[in-house]
Design a binder for this molecule. Sequence first.
Ligand code: NI
Ligand code: MN
Length: 224
Amino acid sequence: MKIKYLGHAAFEIKTEEKTFLIDPFLKNNPKAAAKPEDFEKVDFIFVTHAHADHLGDAVEIAKRTKAKIVAIYDLAEWISSNYNVETVGMNYGRTEMEGIEVIMVPAWHSSSFQGKAIGNAAGFIIGVEGKRIYHAGDTCVFSDMKLFAELYPINIALLPIGGHFVMDVEQALKALELVKPEIAIPMHYNTWPIITANAQEFKEKAEKLGVKAVLLEPGEEINV
Ligand code: NI
Ligand code: MN
């Protein structure tokens, strides 16, 4: 499969059969590598929480492509009651959808839209083509990351490193010790000055922990 970084916390995952987006925040994202109208065929859009830099353009893309938006139950209900799109509301736990394994895990963070609290923040572990990808969402480090990685071994971890709202480099390195992925891709940094981070430092220190860190510029992808 191909994992493409679209900037901030947004990713596109393309398998043989399916295309997924995670947190497609594009239009107001100064570092976005795509526009909402660039996507024609999308099966699922995973949204980790309601903040505008994650919900982003999910509704617009879902309307056009008929993708289903996967989010925590309360956020999914809010989306489907306000917009004419299909949603899959779930909660912290494991399920399967169209042959894809989806595990929603907690993220220590808030979740609101235009000042209104909606649901709780989450991360996703997505199992497809024999690999598991962990998108941590917006979160600080927490020890249950280890528990989930024991239950569901992680191949690729997408981890925030920008600090202030989420993990910084030091916390993300601790997360690597807990999650032990083969590959780590940092995200949620350098979009704005307040979340400036030294990704090179993350890469070098991750490698000392035996984790291959891949720094993707928005628009770049890896084959895994
Ligand atoms: Ni957030
Ligand atoms: Mn965020």
